[in-house]
Design a protein around this ligand. Structure first.
Ligand code: TXA
Ligand code: MG
Length: 322
């Protein structure tokens, strides 16, 4: 299959390109598109065959459910069975934006999307291209990050092409994604809301909206514990080059060891602002991974609420294949 890459200016959307991309989605094909977090690999969420195509293209285990992207009430209604008051409250505050809410699934939604589960993860993205594409297709769009399973997530169209070229029909290229890491996932199906995946919407931001309602913070799961969020495998977002994470105190000692071993390594220091670091994280990993080093050395940011999402992605990226 030939994968076409078409450029789209997010400030001047070309209706001809959008109509074509929407037509492909409605015909059951796969289209990668930018969101404010990372590029997504989209398929019509109501078409089980199209959704199976996503799992095939990514090499994703069928047990890992997908996020459904919507832009209006009518699409939301097709996806969810109920919309609890907390969902309403969070969506009012953070949608459109990088927050995914897990709620009971509408029975008409194919089981392929939710990996047979009774809940669905749903989000209204903020990126103008994502919004225009979903509106033009006029169906809810299932979209995981547009990378092969366990590899680094894509924040540029060229990352998508490198990973999925030849396996999907079209990539809409609207330049780099502003947030740079995946949405925060919050489960609303238990008594207390629970953060399943940390992301751009942080615990303090959620707390400020929920007020007295307590929220269970993200907790890194032990590698062998049964996963609450099936996609949170220990190894994820990984470059092929071994990634070594160090604390500020360990750094000098690790570097002198690498030198003794004559290993050809590259060291990367993050910007001190967590949002800027998130914006650069995957792009930096993609670039360093291509440069033939024997190791990538990164200083782990501090264990504070602002850095939870970046630390989570780094810790997973550093896991070696088991
Ligand atoms: O920012 C994002 O969320 C991007 C863009 C494209 O929207 N999408 C994304 O999708 O990161 P993906 O498939 O790479 O990650 C979805 C995460 C996985 O960890 C998955 O297990 C979890 O959401 N998830 C999906 N449905 C779920 C459900 N019903 N219950 C619990 N977790 C769910
Ligand atoms: Mg992913």
């Amino acid at each position: 299959m030939n994968t076409e890459v078409v450029q789209l200016d997010p400030t001047h959307l070309d209706p001809v390109v959008l109509r074509r991309a929407a037509g492909l989605l409605r015909a059951g094909r796969l289209v990668a598109f930018p969101t404010e977090t990372v590029y997504g690999l989209g398929a019509n969420a109501l078409d089980p065959t199209a959704v199976r195509g996503i799992f095939w293209a990514k090499g994703r285990p069928a047990t890992n459910p997908l996020i459904v992207h919507i832009t209006d009430e009518a699409q939301l209604t097709k996806v969810v069975a109920s919309w609890p008051p907390i969902a309403h409250q969070l969506a009012e505050r953070f949608w459109p934006g990088p927050l995914t809410l897990v709620v009971p699934k509408n029975p008409v939604l194919p089981d392929e999307v939710t990996a047979g589960g009774s809940t669905v993860a749903v989000r209204h993205p903020a990126h103008p291209v994502a919004q225009a594409l979903i509106q033009a297709a006029d169906v809810p769009i299932a979209a995981p990050s547009a990378n092969r399973s366990t590899e680094i997530s894509p924040t540029r169209a060229e990352h998508v092409l490198k990973s999925l070229g030849g396996r999907i029909d079209l990539i809409l290229d609207a330049g780099p994604c502003p947030a740079g890491i995946e949405s925060t996932v919050v489960d609303l199906t238990e008594d207390c809301p629970r953060i399943l995946r940390p992301g751009p919407i942080t615990l303090p931001m959620l707390k400020a909206t929920l007020g007295p309602i307590s929220i269970i913070p993200f907790a890194s799961e032990a590698p062998n514990a049964p996963a609450r969020s099936p996609g949170q495998m220990a190894r994820h977002y990984s470059p092929r080059t071994p990634l070594i994470l160090v604390t500020a105190e360990q750094k000098d000692c690790v570097i002198s060891n690498l030198r003794d071993e004559r290993r050809n390594y590259i060291s990367w220091k993050f910007p001190s602002d967590p949002a800027q670091a998130a914006n650069q994280l995957y792009d930096v990993l993609h670039r360093l991974d291509e440069q033939g080093y024997e190791a990538i050395l990164i200083e782990l940011p501090p264990d504070t609420p602002d850095w939870v999402a970046v630390r989570d992605r780094l810790l997973r990226a550093a896991q070696q294949e088991q």
